[in-house]
Structures are given as structure tokens and as C-alpha cells.
Design a protein. Structure first.
Length: 83
């Protein structure tokens, strides 16, 4: 899984588990909010996502170090699966 895919998965799971956009926007990815609802472009480093009719944009311009930092800040339990 790429760091971009990992961030998208984390955000989706957080939204499914009752976190909201406002909470997630407080987390920064390269000094920009992790999640926003206003339209952002790929050039801004954001990826358009949709969940149950909610349109949001996720900051996906990151590397694995950023992902690990995000996991720690969100206090997420991650299980490593070896192939």
C-alpha cells in the first residue's frame, strides 16, 4: 500500500468511526489541513473523496514518515500483515 492509499484508508475509517471533517482538519500534513470540504485540486496535493454523499478532499502529498506520524497523532491501532 502506498502512503497515499494509506492516508485515504485512515481518513475513510476515521469518518466511518464517527470522527468528523472538523476533527480531521485539525491534523496537518505538510502544514496544510489533512481533510477539507472546500474544493482543492491535485496540484494542491489533495485527492477528492466521497463517502455516503459527503464530498471531501484529503491531503495525500506525503511519505510513510508522515503516515506513521498521523497514526500516532490519531492514536490508531495498526496491525502489520505480512504477505
Amino acid at each position: 500500500m502506498t502512503s497515499k492509499e494509506f492516508v485515504l484508508t485512515i481518513v475513510k475509517e476515521q469518518l466511518i468511526n464517527e470522527k468528523n471533517i472538523e476533527d480531521l482538519s485539525r491534523f496537518k500534513m505538510h502544514s496544510d489541513p489533512l481533510v477539507v470540504t472546500e474544493e482543492k485540486t491535485k496540484e494542491d496535493g489533495y485527492t477528492l473523496q466521497e463517502l455516503n454523499g459527503l464530498i471531501y478532499y484529503v491531503r495525500t502529498c506525503c511519505d510513510m514518515k508522515d503516515v506513521l506520524n498521523l497514526i500516532e497523532k490519531l492514536n490508531i491501532e495498526v496491525i502489520k500483515i505480512d504477505n
